[in-house]
Design a protein around this ligand. Structure first.
Ligand code: AMP
Ligand code: MG
Length: 487
């Protein structure tokens, strides 16, 4: 276990130099205070969890203090936002403080979001508000607990610094951890600004540090792109299987590592709704729940375009062709497991589709349905769940098909079925209204609800005593919350 001053830095991205990032010091928040910290994320840096309670912790992650070995840099990138190209973005309010390596030899980027203005702030103030910082923190740690690849969050630091959004709010910072903060938009930036040397340097950097196994392949860059396609297909399959809607899948928010990245107006589905749009400025529904699948491919094509200096167009197209079949395979595999099935049958895709259609028509709670399905034998469970459906004849037909399918699947006890299903069907997810309750309390200075909710979400598959209120459908006020896109 390490103290805060015992972290070991190795700032590999900073060493790429000024063409890739700019040195900027964090701008401190007034009266920094700890809102919440993740013990699990601290463990990634070998940090003793007790250090979160020391004043220096809030000073470090509130922008007041810096390690001597840190090299805070604002990275430059660009990206396609809602389908249109924005030639220069960059860390407008976040700084890569440095890269820490832990005792297991893993490197972790320390990225401080809300750290003040940078050369890339454009019209922005460089700040992040408490509300959005809590949302990013909770989402990162909750997705990780569900087994969905994601950036992590070490802590949220609150403050008394006023920040203007639709109304006056308070500034906060979230310390994000990831093995890399390189986005699709980094490659796009050097491609569209026609800087082939830096483009090559970036590609070498990513290949050497993050995809070293691709070096062994006859065409290392192609192997790396293929791997990025595969990881994205798997990540998005998990989003779809668990009802996660990202909301802002611009290419500057897509990680080169295939992890969920840059949380904005995201939401988990309450009632199943394939057409759900969580981002209220997304009038066309470009990033609606079901559109995440084709948009994943669109984004990979944008990255492919930026890689044309290194890889032939034919090879890129072939690699892009892997996306949908891989997505389908991962998605179906997870959905089968959510249904308690252990072997694959040809008709499983239809079984899933018919269920989702019924859930859509009746507004059935996506998370609780699967959890309850595992509570009992298939026959008993469908009898109990039947009441939630409007199209009873449709549900009965599906239920018959499901029971027959379960009977063909294998011989196991109800105990085994429950255990297996509960291990993939969470009881607790980050519902918008739960986040909203925690944020409202935090905005009035009470952080206990954020901390409790975070605790519950770190063990989403385990029934926790006294936590029934976190496993409920939203109350009426919490069903269609307008989550502000400003952050
Ligand atoms: P996002 O939609 O949060 O992914 O942000 C898109 C771009 O705008 C990123 O490059 C951010 O750094 C930048 N940005 C967002 N909010 C602010 C802000 N308040 N001040 C400066 N830059 C910002
Ligand atoms: Mg972003």
């Amino acid at each position: 276990m390490k103290a805060l001053d015992e972290l070991t830095f190795d700032n590999r991205f900073a060493r790429l130099g000024d063409a890739f990032s700019t040195h900027v010091l964090p701008e401190p928040l007034d009266e920094p205070r700890l809102v919440v910290a993740s013990k699990a994320a601290m463990a990634l840096l070998d940090l003793d969890p007790a250090v979160a309670q020391t004043p220096v912790f809030a000073e470090l992650f509130g922008g007041h203090k810096l390690w001597a070995e840190a090299e805070p840099r604002a990275m430059v990138y660009s990206g396609h936002q809602f389908g249109g190209y924005t030639p220069q973005l960059g860390d407008g309010r976040g700084l890569l403080l440095g890269e820490v390596y832990n005792e297991a030899g893993e490197h972790w980027d320390l990225h401080l979001k809300g750290a003040g203005m940078t050369p890339y702030s454009r019209m922005g103030d460089g700040r992040a508000v408490l509300r959005s910082s809590i949302r990013e923190f909770l989402a990162s740690e909750a997705l990780h607990a569900l087994g969905i690849p994601t950036s992590r969050a070490l802590c949220v630091i609150g403050s008394s610094t006023p920040v203007w959004r639709e109304k006056q709010e308070r500034g906060a910072m979230v310390l994000r951890l990831a093995h890399s903060h390189i986005r699709f938009g980094h490659f796009e930036y050097f491609y569209y600004t026609k800087k082939p040397e830096q483009q090559a340097e970036l590609a070498e950097h990513v290949l050497n540090l993050h995809y070293p196994e691709c070096r062994e392949q006859p065409e290392p860059y192609l192997a790396m792109f293929r791997e990025i396609v595969e990881r994205n297909a798997e990540m998005i399959a998990k989003w779809q299987a668990y009802g996660f809607c990202h909301g802002v899948m611009n290419t500057d928010n897509m990680s080169i590592l295939g992890i969920t990245f840059d949380f904005g107006p995201f939401a988990f589905l309450d009632d199943f709704d394939a057409h759900f749009i969580c981002n209220h400025s997304d009038h066309e529904g470009r990033y609606s729940f079901s559109n995440q699948v084709p948009i994943g491919q669109w984004n990979l094509s944008a990255l492919a375009q930026a890689l044309t200096p290194f890889i032939s167009v034919d090879a890129l197209k072939e690699a892009l062709g892997l996306y949908l079949p891989l997505y389908q395979a991962h998605y179906l595999d997870l959905m089968r497991r959510r249904l308690g099935l252990t072997i694959a049958e040809d008709d499983d895709q239809r079984l899933v589709e018919r269920l989702l259609k019924l859930m859509q028509n009746s507004g059935v709670d996506y998370t609780l349905f699967f959890r309850r399905l595992g509570d009992e034998s298939a026959a008993l469970a469908v009898t109990r769940l039947r009441d939630d459906f409007v199209d009873l004849a449709g549900f009965d037909a599906w239920a018959e098909q499901y029971k027959a399918r379960v009977a063909r699947d294998g011989d196991y006890t109800q105990e085994q079925r429950r255990e297996r299903m509960h291990a993939v069907n969470p009881l607790y997810i980050l519902r918008n209204y739960l986040a909203q309750n925690a944020i409202a309390a935090a905005e009035s200075g009470d952080y206990s609800e954020v901390r409790r909710l975070h605790e519950v979400l770190t063990r989403p598959f385990e029934e926790q005593a006294g936590m029934e209120q976190y496993a409920q459908r939203p109350p009426d006020w919490g069903k269609h919350l307008e989550i502000s896109c400003s952050s």
